[in-house]
Design a protein around this ligand. Structure first.
Ligand SMILES: [Zn+2]
Length: 190
């Protein structure tokens, strides 16, 4: 949520007008700050205002901006500060955490794929059949079956588009695949 959205959704326009020193008369009418208004011709509501004199209309931010001669950004910040609205910081933080978490998942996948590939490559040579009629060792069979796929996944994770990277991460995190692999790697590391 942006600071504008937060202020708009949380602050009552009429109460803010009063707080910032506008003189509110009968029926929530005030003298319009947008034109030289002798008699109150602006109507304040909870979320918006409307001037019967000059047609000015808007939300709490534009009203406070005009009344206090501030830019919209400064007015929004001023209101957020005065009302103790901190969503801006919260949303930046939660965005940051989201990206950190994503990065952590991606790094974990890269590590697992790298470890697994190292094992598979070793099996590929260590357990290769010595003769043509020798029965295939299950480790060699696994290396033949998996190595191409997992190397491709590692490559996508390293150099693929954001979508490809996300897909690899999702694949590995699906059904706790990543935890099984980590356990499997631990058991098979030499
Ligand atoms: Zn007006």
């Amino acid at each position: 949520m942006s600071i504008y959205e937060a202020v708009r959704s949380k602050v009552n326009l009429r109460m803010a007008a009063e707080r910032y020193g506008m003189d509110i008369g009968k029926n929530s009418m005030v003298r319009c700050p947008f034109h030289d208004d002798r008699t109150p011709s602006m109507k304040l509501n909870n979320k918006y205002y409307y001037c019967f004199g000059c047609g000015a209309k808007g939300d709490v931010i534009s009203l406070v901006a005009e009344h206090l001669s501030l830019s919209a950004a400064d007015a929004a910040q001023r209101i957020a500060d005065d009302y103790g609205i901190e969503t801006m910081k919260i949303s930046v933080n939660s965005k940051l955490n989201f990206y950190k978490e994503k990065q952590k998942r991606r790094d974990r996948c890269a590590r697992v794929l790298c470890d697994y590939n190292r094992i598979l490559r070793k099996w590929m040579t260590d357990y290769a059949p010595k003769t043509a009629d020798e029965k295939l060792h299950p480790r060699f069979a696994e290396a033949c079956r998996m190595l191409e796929v997992t190397e491709y996944m590692a490559e996508l994770l390293d150099t693929g588009t954001m979508e490809e990277q996300n897909e690899v991460v999702d694949d590995l995190f699906c059904n706790n695949c990543i935890e099984h692999l980590e356990k499997y790697i631990k058991e098979n590391k030499e």
